[in-house]
Design a protein around this ligand. Structure first.
Ligand code: ZN
Length: 358
């Protein structure tokens, strides 16, 4: 039976054209925007149950070999994050697999749909009512809800706390940030609920998990549904998604300690850690060293003077002596979810000191 492909679902789309014929799928990567064929893609096969499906990427060389011959695409037979496996075979020369399920997701790297961020918010609120407060901070242009996750120890007065901010998915195809954020949330909760001891200092954690809901839903790499690149919009009025984020942060953050803006990168062939070097204390530059050490494929990037973008806004506009960092996971490194989760956990460890249990 012939199979078919679709990108018409939450998180489906991106830079790919599929041409299924019988049980063979030709994948043509598309050069949208300026990311050199290296963007996010995610499509579903339908009618795959019991079929051995073969795949071929027809234009990998367009990436200038930055998607390497050895790269392995990922697939998932169950929707949602964390359930992704790499194909056994590398992309070069084509690859194939027999599937059990009728519907199978295929992606450039592990996807993380918009609805999964909503489910995560609901799960945290239900599971940890003493530590976690969630809120809807507004709606996207197309009417999708945006959320905040606030995590803190209610037994400590807020005046004694500093704020740790973590944002992701301004660039919706950079799903790596969602996996890292999940691990940062888990580490914060595990320390605060006593299962692994607290922190030397007291914090209010603020997580904004879905800064570009429309782009996430439509499977775009960088933009929202109107073509805005959200990371270029922090020093301008609007778009509405960035207004929602700024309003939440200006209302809720009183003494910033650290801000993470989690991204992925198609620029080079390695992770990047971008920070406003000339605006940071020696202690905070030491934390940057630890964040760099936690990045699995780091080539290193500093930004001498860059008050633009979210990183600059978080530095400049929020009260307190905190610092901000933009982390960028290399999209075609071949990250597995567990590796991203380890990075996220280590990122938080870099800017906090654990209070070990006696
Ligand atoms: Zn980005």
């Amino acid at each position: 039976m012939p199979i078919s492909t679709t990108t018409d679902f939450d998180g489906g789309g991106g830079a790919v054209k599929c041409q299924p014929a019988d049980t063979h799928v030709e994948i043509e990567m598309v050069d949208a925007k300026d990311y050199d064929y290296l963007g996010y893609f995610h499509f579903k096969l339908e009618g795959a149950a019991g079929e051995t499906v073969s795949f071929e990427i027809t234009n990998r060389e367009e990436t200038g070999d930055r998607m390497s011959e050895e790269y392995q695409l990922v697939y998932s037979e169950t929707p949602g994050p964390g359930e992704w496996s790499q194909f056994d075979d590398a992309v070069e020369g084509g690859f194939e697999r027999e599937f059990d399920d009728d519907t199978v997701s295929i992606a450039s790297w592990p996807a993380y749909p918009y609805e999964s961020t909503v489910e995560r918010v609901d799960q945290l609120a239900a599971e940890y009512p003493a530590l976690v407060e969630t809120d809807v901070i507004g709606e996207s242009y197309e009417g999708r809800e945006m959320h905040s996750i606030r995590i803190t120890d209610p037994a400590v007065a807020n005046a004694e706390k500093t704020d740790i901010v973590c944002t992701t998915r301004q660039h919706p195809g950079e799903t790596h940030g969602s996996y890292q954020m999940d691990a940062i949330i888990d580490r914060a909760i595990n320390r605060l609920n006593g299962s692994s001891g607290g922190f030397v200092d007291d914090y209010v954690f603020h997580f904004l998990p879905n800064l570009n809901p429309d782009g996430m839903y439509h499977g775009y790499h960088y933009d929202d549904a109107r073509g805005n690149n959200h990371n270029r919009e922090w020093d301008t009025p609007g778009p509405v998604e960035i207004d929602n984020a700024r309003n939440y942060l200006l209302d809720e953050v009183s003494d910033l300690h650290w801000a993470f803006d989690l991204h992925a990168s198609t620029d080079g062939t390695h992770d990047a850690v971008r920070h406003w070097e000339s605006n940071m204390s020696d202690a905070h530059l030491g934390m940057i060293d630890d964040i760099e050490a936690a990045s699995l494929s780091l080539s290193g990037t500093s930004v001498e003077d860059d008050p633009e973008l979210a990183r600059g806004w978080l530095h400049s506009e929020l009260p307190g002596d905190g610092s901000g960092v933009t982390t960028e996971a290399w999209t075609y490194y071949g990250y597995r979810p567990a590796e991203l989760e380890r990075e996220g956990s280590d990122f938080l460890a870099a800017v906090t000191t654990p209070l070990e249990e006696a």
